[in-house]
Write a protein that binds this ligand. Sequence first.
Ligand SMILES: [Mn+2]
Length: 185
Amino acid sequence: MVRVERKTKEVEVIAKLNFDGGEIKANTGIGFLDHMLTTLAFHSGMGLELSAKGDLQVDEHHTVEDIAIVLGKAFRKALEDKKNIRRFGSAIVPMDESVAMCGVDVSGRGYFVLEGEFGDAGIKEENVIHFLDTFCRNSGVNAYIQVKGRNSHHKIESSFKALALSLREALKSFEGVRSTKGKID
Ligand SMILES: [Mn+2]
């Protein structure tokens, strides 16, 4: 289990992350983000207890951003004890009329690419994208997501599920170092 905290004049976030599973609790003050964090943790098989108190009177941006920074740093920290992983993972997840496809490379080089549009659901589309991009850059995960559909809630939720299942696969054990360089970074 790793614990990461971040306190600024705008937001306070505390996260406990466990790759081996455990309790899942998300309390961010943003209902839709709690729903997505719970989805991400549940389907990736991780334990996650995350609470945040942010300046939501401004808007959701600072809170979403700082949560993604903390979650990303926690992921990177948890990865330090995880040697020889499969590194790659992918998933296709439909949700009614929507479908999301995700591929990840847990390479240490954080990068996020989105093909498709989410639209606004419980949080604005720009903040969903900002969350995923910030998480990837801070965690060192390279994620590609392609999404199609009509319902924004479905498109975002299926994307988080596809990301979760991809990460679950990528974090499984692998015999040896999965790189022709002999080193992942
Ligand atoms: Mn839902």
